[in-house]
Design a protein. Structure first.
Length: 116
């Protein structure tokens, strides 16, 4: 099982960014998946951002990103996405994906840096 996050970079507060999470070794359709993030200086506080239920596509969001971020999947590509917009400074972090039980090995993450 392998997770690989990508799509991060430098983004202005009014810009948009789409992160991707590509999975190998299992199928997204078999698991509920989530995005998490870890801010600099908070290495022990990996924050849950959003989740998606693969059976009914129900989504849940951390209040801090609700209305600004959208989680989705493309099961044919076995890839999950996080569409980000209207960034806040506190969105600067390394973003990771995992299942909702955090039962998979973490990938390397993808860095997002928000500039004003």
């Amino acid at each position: 099982v392998h997770l690989m996050e990508s799509g991060g970079g430098l983004v202005q507060s009014e810009g948009s960014l789409r992160l991707s999470c590509a999975a190998s070794g299992f199928y997204f359709s078999n698991r509920d998946m989530s995005w998490y993030r870890e801010a600099l200086g908070k290495e022990r506080e990996r924050e849950w951002i959003a989740s998606i239920n693969l059976l009914d596509d129900r989504t849940d969001y951390n209040e801090s990103v609700s209305g600004r971020f959208t989680i989705s999947t493309d099961n044919a590509l076995n890839t999950m996405y996080l569409q980000m917009s209207r960034h806040h400074a506190e969105d600067t972090a390394v973003y990771y994906c995992n299942d909702v039980l955090v039962s998979l090995s973490w990938g390397q993450g993808t860095q997002v840096d928000v500039t004003s």
